[in-house]
Ligand binder design. Structure first.
Ligand SMILES: Cc1cc2nc3c(=O)[nH]c(=O)nc-3n(C[C@H](O)[C@H](O)[C@H](O)COP(=O)(O)OP(=O)(O)OC[C@H]3O[C@@H](n4cnc5c(N)ncnc54)[C@H](O)[C@@H]3O)c2cc1C
Length: 458
């Protein structure tokens, strides 16, 4: 298969768009998580037609296609579960902004931050802002339904995608959704968002852009414990205020971040970052409510950042939580669960209890507003007992999230990493229905097989 497959791919795309040297294949075999897989060829199509050509060639050789943005995913989504052609989207890179309609057609391989910068030239921005925005692609954000701090008030990626152009397993180029205020028919767009490359290959998306707010203030409050910070979040929400952003970090994480990039007040047990955005009077009122909620729940200090530079320093620090922990050791696991907002205090306590039982230290960042929690663990990969403890703790954390009415993944996706947890959340009948949808889109199982859905129990 090998050399004929490469020759056919080169015939379809041109030699320069196909990579097959051992080092190149190795480079495209992993993502930001721990899984690795076997790559038969890495290809860089330039448009939807070339994507369709790749699907046709792969199908004729009976090999799967795994779509890859920039592989910042941590769940093994872009890692082949079996030998596959890896289709890299980074050359699908056009951006067409229609400022009047506040929409943009964006190539799947455009980096999130590049779209944000381009939109800013028109006083607009793209709401989904994962911490990986400088490195992750819009197509990857769509495929994982990524979220970020601003997902709280405005929703995750799904809320900002109006249409998806995608290539099917049989090589057709289809568009689901559109610019019209209400797309009729089945919501295929909705199915594609979050489908992790298992239903189709996203080539372009039509996204919604929103106007930059006239006033923004960031509040940074420090507490003795994460529980107190979570209680302050509950008080803010109970007061009927939904700030633009509500983020929390455990004190040990704050110390690591401060050592890595600086910019945070250390020495406390937890940090709450809240941002109010909108008209100046509304922002001032929200900041008062947030400050009051913080003091009432035992804050040891509350600071306000008004200048853009001061706010950006705080957010740069927040976005550095993953690398601050990852650089500590060779073995690293960034977990991702979600619970209803009102159960945050309990979930924080559960993470503390589970980590202690396994003698682990959890460095936890939390999108408090939407209930996503990311406990991070470091370990020595040579130490099999330590690795097993992290695995066991991660499963117990997922089970605890389910018990509190949450989900086994908040925003990173299921990929390979969490597919065996799916039966904890879904019944056999639910999973069978999901499998039938997958079969309808991809009857021969050629699009990112071995992901999301666990093996069928026969
Ligand atoms: C430091 C760091 C911080 C992070 N912070 C966040 C965060 O705040 N919020 C968050 O949600 N995630 C976060 N992530 C996870 C990751 O960045 C997101 O899941 C991101 O959306 C992945 O984009 P990508 O281009 O890297 O996709 P990849 O990792 O390349 O792929 C991810 C999945 O999407 C599929 N896919 C990619 N492109 C397409 C396409 N065009 N068509 C079909 N399928 C496709 C792949 O097959 C795979 O299943 C973080 C990761 C890191 C390393």
């Amino acid at each position: 298969v090998g050399s004929r497959l490469i020759a056919d791919l080169q015939g379809a795309l041109g030699t320069n768009r196909v990579r097959s040297r051992p080092l190149e294949l190795h480079l495209f075999g992993g993502d930001a998580g721990t899984e690795r897989g076997e790559v038969l060829a890495a290809v860089f199509p330039k448009d939807g037609r070339q994507v369709a050509e790749v699907v046709g060639v792969a199908a004729s050789h009976g090999v799967p296609v795994v779509t890859r943005g920039t592989a910042t995913g941590v769940a093994g989504g872009a890692v082949p579960a079996e030998p596959a052609v890896v289709l890299v989207t980074t050359h699908l890179d056009g951006i067409e902004i229609d400022a009047g309609s506040r929409m943009a057609w964006v190539g799947a391989g455009v980096l999130n931050l590049d779209l944000t910068r381009k939109a800013a030239e028109n006083g607009l921005y793209f709401v989904p802002d994962p911490s990986s925005r400088a490195a992750s692609t819009v197509g990857g954000n769509v495929a994982t339904d990524a979220s970020g701090p601003h997902g709280l008030a405005e929703g995750g990626t799904a809320s900002h995608v109006l249409a998806v152009e995608f290539v099917t397993a049989s090589g057709e180029i289809l568009t689901a959704g559109g610019a019209a205020p209400d797309a009729t028919g089945l919501d295929v767009r909705g199915l594609l968002v979050g489908s992790e490359g298992t239903l189709g290959i996203v080539t372009r998306v039509l996204v919604r852009l929103v106007e930059e707010p006239p006033a923004v203030i960031t509040v940074a409050a420090v507490f003795e414990s994460l529980e107190q910070a979570a209680a302050a979040v509950a008080s803010v929400i109970a007061a009927g205020v939904v700030p633009a952003v509500l983020e929390m970090m455990s004190g040990n994480l704050v110390r690591l971040i401060d050592r890595f990039v600086g910019g945070l007040r250390t020495g406390a047990g937890a940090l709450l970052l809240a941002e109010a955005a909108g008209r100046p009077a509304q922002v001032a009122a929200q900041v008062d409510v947030i400050g009051e909620a913080a003091w009432q729940n035992g804050a040891a200090g509350v600071d306000r950042a008004v200048e853009e530079g001061d706010r950006e320093r705080l957010w740069t620090a927040r976005r550095s939580s993953f690398p601050s922990v990852a650089q500590m050791g060779a073995g690293f696991r960034d977990h991702d669960v979600v619970v209803p907002r009102r159960r945050l205090v309990e979930m924080v306590a559960e993470i503390g209890r589970i980590a202690e039982e396994h003698r682990l230290e959890a460095y936890t960042s939390i999108h408090a507003g939407d209930g996503n929690l990311h406990p991070k663990f470091v370990f020595d990969p040579e130490d099999t007992a330590a690795e097993a403890a992290v695995e066991a703790a991660s499963t117990e954390i997922a089970v605890a999230a389910l018990r509190l009415g949450g989900s086994v993944s908040g925003e990173h996706g299921i990929g390979m990493d969490k597919r065996d947890l799916m039966p904890l959340q879904f019944s056999a009948a639910d999973l069978e229905a999901l499998r039938r949808i997958k079969d309808a889109f991809d009857p021969n199982g050629l699009l990112n097989p071995g992901k999301v859905l666990p093996e069928a129990q026969t």
